[in-house]
Design a protein around this ligand. Structure first.
Ligand code: PEP
Ligand code: MG
Length: 760
């Protein structure tokens, strides 16, 4: 039965908020408090009905409180997402104001609630981090047009309800077995960046600011606080522009430009001011506007608009920090055991700031398997998954999480059976690790007698230790730029010498190949300024930069020679596009050797110089180049990127072309054949070498030296030891020579591997 509460309009949003604050300050039971809240809202808004629905983890919206509908329906009536007007609001996450509700196509009549008589309808989603937690509705018997102020009042109240829900205020009202959706288990299908399984606790890299004060004491004061905070934020963005920190990357610059645009966007500032006007504190206003943005973001499929909404979300976070004085950095000493970092994206230096003894995994919304943060995660044995869409806004620091780097899955707040399955998987993976450990001292040789050298990719002292565990025979690629990427300023000669010396000392008799600085592209070194580039991967990077800035190159070569101090030294030149560049580079090295001798320091007993084959152009000058190299190394990450014209860091295209598809494998075979003709040692040091099927393809075309992340050595060695290579070689070469047209190389290799029962 419906009671009538007609009467004059009683309050406005500010009065309503003040009344709600009073109610919240009183001690009372959860249901009683909720009943009082809906009563206050109905009264304040001159509505006959006010109802509050909460979204449960079974996707049902349960009526939690009502003023005006049948009280017996409370905790009994449920609607599915998308069902009726309430379900529609929950699904769409936006407001619905209707003069005549029954004429809306989504209207669904529930006899037990006695709703049929109502016409005027206003419903708003209760949102947190863009997710629907529930729906708040007011209804009137008569036709009613709700004005902006009324919509605003209900939205403001919804912000408060969201806070109460997320702080477990209504815990006692949740029926057993029907938890609220906010705490629902969620699974994400991403991309595996670093193999392994990790179970742990979420640590948000960029923690959300917790807003504690929602209701303003003094609206004018809050407006001033908001204005000042916006001003401070604008100044800080301008400072970032003028400091030039962002000049290295056009992408960063673009982000900053969109920050600046939004920071001055009148619509955004107006929405914030209106929220304060409705009686919220400045920070609660930011939270409310941010919630709407997130809700739109979660439902947006256009990547450009999503990115812009992300920027707006970041900006709101900045503003919240200014307002609350919260720090933007996680207190690293608070890192729990089994920490799993969740972030939109992460730079390699940021990753290295975390205590690695407690870090088990990272989960990113963005990134790419060949991006440097992924490479570092692999080299440190940290499980990593990328492309977990929207995970940041769906989790909280402290949530349980499972990360499966093998298949790229993430389970947030996993149900017990999922957790148990993964605990088993973890045990299995530990058993596998134990098995790999038993292979450590075995010679890496196929069953039919082909020796395959397995080496590490490395770049930090921290990851060298793994050499003793995997039994790899040396370091096939030492990425010297990592030292530059994790430093806050240009490492000096002495610092470079120290790192190279430490690395050589550690390796002892085992070979180590130092690659000259490969800066640029996605390897951003913030303190090295350069003009913004449209296309940095194909811009002023790597060897081009080194030859233009011979000072940097000379210092590095000097550091390497000094660190060697007479020992054998291998130097690898990256991104060689034509032979002439390589010639210029080795002449700089030769001059440094002469200089070293003049200064009385011993020259390396053996100096071997090599070139990286990773720019397609050099494929057509291999004979000239190989005449003047001691060894070569293929960088498949860049080579495939340039061969297929697909940005290795752009996830939309990076996985579109199989790197071992026939055209790519033929290109790699060209290099293998040239190295054989010139009797020059050849290694594969791109990510291809570390993945079993890909490694199999490489061995099939005649490669016998593979350099990879340490965690890949065990699985690849296991494969080598079980492998009968000759029949696979034959089949693969047939396809490369044009037989069996249309045969997919990956399918073929998978079949052949299955035939031999190979561990993949
Ligand atoms: C490559 O390009 O494959 C490579 C090994 O170099 P990097 O990934 O450091 O560019
Ligand atoms: Mg490269």
């Amino acid at each position: 039965m419906v009671e009538k509460t007609d009467g004059p309009k009683v309050g406005g949003p500010k009065i309503l908020l003040a009344q709600l604050r009073q109610t919240m300050a009183q001690t009372m039971g959860a249901q009683e408090r909720l009943d009082e809240i809906v009563e206050l809202i109905a009264h304040n808004m001159s509505a006959q009905v006010c109802s509050f629905y909460v979204l449960r983890d079974d996707a049902a919206l349960e009526l939690f409180a009502t003023r005006g509908l049948n009280p017996k329906a409370v905790h009994m009536t449920t609607l599915r997402i998308g069902e009726g007007l309430v379900g529609y609001i929950a699904e769409q996450a936006h407001t619905l104001a209707l003069e005549d509700a029954p004429s809306h196509p989504s209207f669904a009549y529930r006899p037990e609630t006695g709703e049929d008589e109502f016409h005027g309808f206003l419903g708003v989603p209760v949102l947190r981090a863009g997710q629907t937690l529930g729906v708040l509705v007011v209804q009137n018997l008569e036709h009613r047009v709700f004005n902006e102020e009324e919509v605003e009042a209900l939205l403001t109240t919804a912000t408060l309800m969201a806070e109460m829900l997320s702080t477990s205020e209504f815990e006692s009202l949740i029926k057993p077995g029907a938890d609220i959706d906010l705490r629902r288990a969620r699974a994400f299908e991403g991309m595996g960046f670093a193999d392994g399984v990790a179970l742990g606790e979420v640590v948000l890299h960029d923690p959300r600011v917790v807003v504690r004060h929602f209701v303003a004491d003094d609206v004018e004061h809050e407006k001033q606080r908001l204005q000042m905070a916006i001003q401070t934020m604008r100044v800080s963005i301008d400072d970032m522009f003028s400091s030039g920190d962002m000049q290295v990357s056009s992408e960063h610059r673009e982000i900053l430009e969109s920050y600046r645009m939004f920071a001055h966007d009148r619509g955004w500032v107006r929405r914030l001011t209106e929220a304060v006007d409705s009686g919220l504190t400045a920070e609660a206003a930011v939270e409310r506007v941010q919630n709407d943005t997130r809700a739109r973001m979660l439902r947006q499929s256009d990547p450009y608009i999503r990115d812009r909404l992300h920027d707006l979300d970041d900006l709101a976070n900045r503003l919240l920090r200014v307002l609350t004085g919260a720090s933007s950095i996680f207190e690293h000493h608070d890192l729990p055991e089994n920490a799993i970092i969740v972030a939109r994206n992460l730079g390699p230096a940021e990753l290295l700031e975390y205590d690695r003894s407690r870090l088990r995994g990272i989960v990113l919304e963005e990134g790419a398997a060949t991006a440097h943060v992924a490479i570092i995660a692999r080299s440190l044995g940290i499980v990593a998954v990328g492309h977990a869409q929207n995970i940041v806004s769906m989790c909280e620091t402290g949530d349980d999480i499972v990360v499966d780097g093998f298949v790229g899955q993430v389970h947030l707040r996993p149900p017990p059976d999922v957790e148990a399955t993964y605990a088993e998987k973890l045990k299995l993976s530990e058993r596998r690790q134990k098995k790999y450990a038993t292979l450590r001292d075995l010679k890496s040789i196929t069953k039919d007698g082909v020796e395959i050298a397995l080496l590490h990719n490395s770049g930090l002292v921290a990851d060298l230790g793994a050499l003793n565990e995997t039994g790899a025979t040396g370091v096939g690629l030492f990425r010297t730029e990592l030292q530059f990427m994790v430093a806050s300023k240009l490492p000096r000669l002495a610092e470079q010498v120290e790192l190279y010396k430490e690395a050589m000392d550690f390796c002892g008799e085992r070979p180590i190949v130092f690659r000259l600085l490969d800066i640029g592209g996605d390897k951003v070194v913030p303190y090295l300024r350069s003009a913004a580039e449209e296309n940095p991967a194909m811009g002023w990077r790597s060897l081009r930069l080194a030859l233009d800035r011979p000072g940097l190159l000379r210092t590095q070569v000097r550091a390497l020679l000094q660190a060697a101090n007479g020992r054998a030294l291998k130097i690898l030149v990256p991104m060689v596009t034509e032979t002439e560049e390589y010639r210029q580079c080795i002449s700089v090295i030769a001059r440094e050797v002469e200089r070293l001798k003049r200064s009385g320091i011993e020259a390396p007993q053996k100096l071997e110089l090599g070139a990286m084959i990773e720019v397609p152009s050099i494929l057509f000058e291999l004979d000239e180049l190989l005449e003047i190299t001691d060894f070569i190394s293929i960088g498949s990450n860049d080579l495939i990127q340039f061969l297929t014209a697909s940005d290795r860091a752009n996830t939309r295209v990076a996985s579109s072309y199989d790197p071992i598809g026939v055209p790519r494998l033929r290109a790699i075979k060209m290099i293998v054949d040239a190295a054989k003709r010139h009797k020059i040692p050849l290694t594969m040091c791109g990510e291809l070498a570390g993945r079993p099927i890909e490694a199999l393809a490489l061995m099939a075309i005649g490669m016998t030296s593979l350099s990879m992340g340490p965690s890949s050595v065990g699985p690849v060695k296991d494969l080598v030891l079980n492998l009968d290579l000759a029949p696979i070689r034959e089949e693969v070469n047939k396809v490369l020579n044009g037989h069996n047209k249309g045969q997919d190389m990956r399918d073929l290799l998978t079949q052949l591997a299955e035939k031999q029962n190979l561990p993949l």
